[in-house]
Design a binder for this molecule. Sequence first.
Ligand code: DQA
Length: 140
Amino acid sequence: MKRIQIINGPNLNLLGKREPGVYGNQSFEEYFEELKKMYPQVEFSYFQSNHEGGIIDKIHETGFDFDGIVLNAGAYTHTSVAIADAIRSVKTPVVEVHISNVFKRESFRHHSYLSEACKGCIVGFGLSSYRLAVDAFVNE
Ligand code: DQA
């Protein structure tokens, strides 16, 4: 059974309530239930933190045993050398995801410190970005 860790960064605890025009109306908890049903063969863990260090700790904790990490680091994507270094420090491959198409948005969202350290990136498919990332790990 493959083990996949999903990590959500700052403000993603407010999915469903936060800027619904950009991020939709569904909470992550609700989507997560659907995702688990779609992949009964996967053992999922979910973690959310509004703190950079919390995200780094979780990458360290799961980055040697899990088969994949799906990471939406939120705004830290565009600022965090420390999260990029954490991704480079572990063995588990990380797929970067974004709900919105960051390239259609403000220019400060066009650069990611994380992408270069990641196995790949999935951007702009709404919450389905997470499913596509899981699919990449399941079918590789
Ligand atoms: C986001 C895009 C980021 O620019 C933003 O700061 C977020 C969410 C996304 O999933 O579209 O918090 O990562």
